[in-house]
Write a protein that binds this ligand. Structure first.
Ligand code: PEP
Ligand code: MG
Length: 547
């Protein structure tokens, strides 16, 4: 069995046989031509044909994907109508007597290079669109078939060096199980289309090889890898998870568009918890109302050095922009204790869970924290952002965070950077925070109860030590009482209270939490639909049945 890694566009498992996609590359000759008029006409015809084809792909994408996905092809038409680009091509045919193919390739390649050199990964990605349009025009000029690929009749996993949006939209989606490409990126338009069509894609899988042709493979989108000829045992366990996904999808169909409302008409918000932007696809699939907890640790843990403001902005913006206008709550860095990044060289502590973690680390290293705050403030311009502070134990800490935020706002404003509006939240995950919840509520816009840490700190039970399981009562009345106290305090001050720890996904507690008045639940993407189902079966007008 061979394992290759890449970057996953969707959290999904796909099992099937690989087929290699290797489209013919247009051969471009640099010979000179005599009749420039004829050559310019050839270019104009090819350009018009390409515009027509892109308009057809737009219509097809509306059906196969969605409006946002289809916009890719409107953008392609705009490239084909770009006067500067057209003039450059006409001019090099006229004055340098280039063939239309050569002039097109030279002008488009130059334009693509400009984008490819940009720092912003979104703009950089537009180079791939220029390349796609270039290929479309060249195929018109050279009379090459736009879809030279026998799809056959069996479902398959397409494997290729790269895949353009035009190629993807032309494929028969009823046979396409998933895709693996050596190149590409999770921000590319091909990836965006794949996501909106719910088709798994593993990009930047450099080990992908033509030798895989015809082999059985399993893409594991949760671990961003592909197993070639997986062992029977692994295939069975992946199949089990895959079947669970299918069950979830069936549930989604059943509950698709259904509101998170109880029988008596109480509306609740159900959000997703994620720990990596690659989970965004699962959030969209699940029909969540937004992201209630984006654990930002991934920006530090996936890096080899301190992530820059720009790098962080790109990661946060991806989530905020993709989900807009839905809310995305990003929790500031919760490193320390079990989450360490080597390059930070943090001191070993006797008792790390009670040590320099989360907000304590950030308030100790203010410049480090301000880099994240500036990135968050900048991301606020792209959608509906909530900023959440973890491990708060005092009003002083919240005020210190707000002071740093104000400083960052000033710094950004002086540079003329646009900042959007955002909401500020406090995680209630220490007993201290529960006991001063009234005071904390005066300082913020919402509460999010982290039941994992709240249980750990209330019961003095290390959440990572399985040997303590006999002493752990996950329904301990002390923790439930704290949750009720927090909800009441929040409501006394007119702010909403959500539950984002694991208990929020526990169906045995949903009714209890609703009766306490919880406004929001934030659970792992896989837990959204079961929770929606549970909420919709509850009738709060009936007397609670004692368990
Ligand atoms: C919690 O403590 O309940 C929580 C949601 O945060 P984390 O699990 O990331 O500590
Ligand atoms: Mg926590």
């Amino acid at each position: 069995m061979e394992v290759a890694t890449g970057k996953s566009v969707l959290g999904d498992i796909v099992i099937g046989r690989i087929r290699i996609y290797k489209p013919p590359k247009p051969e471009i000759s640099d010979r000179m031509i005599e009749n420039t008029q004829i050559e310019i006409r050839r270019f104009e015809n090819a350009r018009e044909q390409a515009i027509g084809r892109q308009n057809t792909l737009y219509e097809k994408a509306l059906v196969d994907a969605d409006k946002d996905g289809a916009e890719v092809f409107s953008a392609h038409v705009m490239i084909l109508e770009d006067e500067t680009l057209i003039d450059t091509i006409r001019e090099s045919i006229r004055s340098r007597k280039y063939t239309a193919e050569y002039a097109v390739k030279e002008a488009f390649d130059k334009q693509a290079m400009v984008f490819a050199k940009m720092d912003d990964p979104y703009i950089k990605e537009r180079a791939a669109d220029i390349y796609d349009v270039e290929q479309e025009v060249l195929k018109e000029l050279l009379g090459i078939d736009h879809m030279d690929f026998e799809e056959g009749t069996e479902p398959y996993i397409l494997t290729a060096k790269d895949l353009t949006p035009s190629e993807l939209i032309r494929l028969d989606k009823s046979l396409l199980l998933g895709m693996i490409t050596q190149e590409g990126s999770v921000n590319s338009h091909t990836a965006i289309l794949a996501r909106s069509m719910g088709i798994q894609m593993l990009v930047q899988c450099q080990e992908a090889s033509e030798e895989w042709d015809g082999k059985e493979a399993a893409i594991d989108g949760y671990h961003s890898c592909v197993y070639i000829e997986p062992s029977a045992e692994l295939a069975a366990s992946l199949k089990k998870r895959h079947d669970e996904e299918l069950r979830q999808k069936a549930l989604l169909q059943e509950l698709s568009g259904a509101p998170d409302t109880t029988i008596d008409g109480t509306n609740v918000k159900v959000y997703a918890n994620i720990a990596d932007p690659s989970d965004i696809g699962s959030v969209l699939h699940s029909g969540a109302g937004g992201i209630g907890l984006l654990r930002s640790e991934f920006v530090y843990l996936n890096a080899e050095a301190y992530p820059t403001e720009e790098e962080q902005l790109n990661a946060y913006r991806l989530a905020v922009e993709t989900l807009a206008p839905k809310q995305v709550i990003i929790r500031t860095c919760d490193l320390g204790a079990d989450k360490q990044a080597d390059y930070m060289d943090m001191k070993k502590e006797e008792n790390p869970a009670l040590g320099i973690r989360a907000i304590r680390l950030c308030l100790t290293h203010k410049e480090f924290f301000k880099t994240q705050l500036r990135a968050l403030l900048r991301a606020s311009a792209y959608g509906n952002l909530g900023i959440l502070f973890p491990m708060i134990t005092s009003v002083r800490e919240v005020r210190a965070c707000r002071k740093l935020l104000r400083e960052c706002e000033e710094e950004l404003k002086q540079k003329g950077v646009t900042i959007g509006s955002y909401r500020l939240g406090v995680m209630i995950e220490t007993p201290a925070a529960v006991l001063i919840a009234d005071e904390l509520a005066e300082e913020c816009d919402f509460f999010s109860i982290g039941t994992n840490d709240l249980t750990q700190y209330t019961l003095a039970i290390d959440r990572r030590n399985a040997e303590l399981d006999p002493f752990l009562d996950i329904y301990h009345p002390a923790v439930l009482k704290e949750i009720k106290m927090t909800i009441d305090a929040g409501h006394r001050h007119g702010i909403p209270v959500g539950i984002c720890g694991e208990l929020g996904a526990d169906p045995a507690l949903t009714e209890t939490f609703l009766r306490m008045g919880a406004d929001e639940f934030s659970v792992n993407p896989g837990g959204i639909l079961p929770l929606r189902k549970r909420i919709r079966a509850i009738d709060l007008s009936k007397k609670a049945v004692e368990e």
